[in-house]
Ligand binder design. Structure first.
Ligand code: NAD
Length: 303
C-alpha cells in the first residue's frame, strides 16, 4: 500500500495535494494533518469530491499522527509563511518550534518511510528533520531549489521559445537569497545556453529566479502552484523509482549541512548527489551559499 501524509494543509500543502489528485499520482491513500483539525477535515472532504472526475482514485481523509506508521512519504508543509519583505531565514525560530512537535509525533508513530520537507527556511528545516528524526540522510529530502530550477527553465524557455523540458538547468546552493545558477552548466538540448543568451538576459533571469517568491508574495500573499508541482515531481521520482536528477536539498557530509545540488532521487530517497564540474566563480558562489546556510544554522544552535 502506498500512502502519503501531508502535515500542514495551507497553500503549499493543498496545492501539492491537488496536484496529486489531478495528475493521478500512484498512491492508495492521502492523509491530511493540520494543527487546525477542522481545516484538514474540510480540505479532505473537498478533495474527495474531486475524485469522481480524477484520472485515478485514491482514498483521501484527515487523520492524526498514528496514520504515519505505514506511510511511504511524510511531507511537511506546516509552519509560518513569509510576510511581505520577510526573508525565508526570518522564519527560522518559529518553524523550529513547529518542527520539534511535529517530528516527535511522527517518530512516536513508528514511521519508517521518506520525509519530504517544504517548509522554509528550507535547508535548515530539512537539516532539523534529519537530526530530530534520527533517519539516515538519504531518507530526508528537502524540496530545495526544485522550484527555482523550474522557474529557471520556464524563463529560458520563454526567451528562446524552447520547451522548458528540453532545457537542462539547475539552481544550486541555498533555497534562498544566496542561491545561484551555474550558467556554464545550463544546456538547451546539446548546446550551452550561454551561446543563445546575452549577458544581460542571463543577469535578468538570475535576478528573476532569485526574487520571484518576493514578487509573488507581494502580489498574492503566498506562492503555491509552483511548489505544489515541484513536490509532485519529487514524489513521482520516489514512488516510481525513477532515478530522476532533481535539485533537491541533500545532506553533504563534508559540510555537515543540507543544500541543493543535482541528485538522483528514487524509492530509497536520495540515491546519490552528483559531482559537478563548476567554474572557479561558481565554486566560489557555492562556497558562499554553504557558508550562509551554516550561519543560519548557528542561529538555532545547530553546528
Ligand atoms: P500557510 O500558512 O498557508 O499553511 C501553513 C499550515 O501549517 C496551516 O494550515 C497551519 O495551521 C499549519 N500548521 C502550523 N503549525 C502546525 C503544527 N504544529 N502542526 C501541524 N500543522 C501546523 O503557509 P503556506 O503558504 O502553506 O507555507 C507553508 C511553508 O512552506 C512556509 O514555511 C513557506 O515559507 C514554505 N514554502 C516553501 C516553498 C519551497 O519552495 N520550499 C515555497 C512556498 C512556500
Amino acid at each position: 500500500m502506498k500512502k502519503i501524509i501531508i502535515i500542514g494543509c495551507g497553500n503549499v500543502g493543498m496545492s501539492y495535494a491537488y496536484a496529486m489528485v489531478i495528475n493521478g499520482v500512484g498512491i492508495d491513500e492521502l492523509v491530511l494533518i493540520d494543527i487546525n483539525k477542522e481545516k484538514a477535515e474540510g480540505e479532505a472532504l473537498d478533495l474527495s469530491h474531486a475524485m469522481s472526475y480524477a484520472p485515478k482514485n485514491f482514498k483521501c481523509y484527515s487523520g492524526d499522527y498514528s496514520d504515519c506508521k505505514d506511510a511511504t512519504i511524510v511531507c511537511i508543509c506546516a509552519g509560518k509563511n513569509q510576510d511581505v519583505g520577510e526573508t525565508r531565514t526570518d522564519l527560522i525560530h518559529k518553524n523550529y518550534d513547529v518542527f520539534k512537535s511535529i517530528i516527535s509525533n511522527v517518530k512516536k508513530s513508528g514511521f519508517d518511510g521518506i520525509y519530504l520537507v517544504a517548509t522554509n527556511p528550507l535547508d535548515i528545516m530539512t537539516d532539523i528533520t534529519y537530526r530530530l528524526s534520527g533517519f539516515t540522510p538519504n531518507k530526508v529530502i528537502g524540496s530545495g531549489t526544485t522550484l527555482d530550477s523550474a522557474r529557471l527553465r520556464y524563463l529560458i524557455g520563454n526567451i528562446t521559445n524552447i520547451n522548458p523540458k528540453s532545457i537542462h538547468g539547475y539552481v544550486m546552493g541555498e533555497h534562498g537569497d544566496s542561491e545561484f545558477i551555474p550558467w556554464d552548466n545550463v544546456m538547451i538540448g546539446l548546446e550551452k545556453a550561454n551561446k543563445f543568451l546575452t549577458k544581460k538576459q542571463m543577469e535578468e533571469i538570475s535576478n528573476e529566479v532569485c526574487n520571484s517568491a518576493y514578487e509573488i508574495i507581494k502580489k498574492k500573499g503566498n506562492t503555491s502552484y509552483g511548489i505544489g508541482m515541484s513536490l509532485l515531481k519529487i514524489t513521482n521520482a520516489i514512488l516510481n523509482n525513477e532515478n530522476a536528477i532533481i535539485t533537491v536539498s541533500a545532506y553533504n557530509k563534508e559540510h555537515d549541512c543540507y543544500f541543493s545540488k543535482p541528485s538522483i532521487v528514487n524509492k530509497t530517497g536520495i540515491k546519490k548527489s552528483l559531482f559537478i564540474t563548476l567554474s572557479t566563480e561558481d565554486e566560489r558562489k557555492l562556497a558562499q551559499s554553504i557558508e550562509q546556510i551554516k550561519k543560519n544554522k548557528l542561529q538555532i544552535g545547530i553546528k
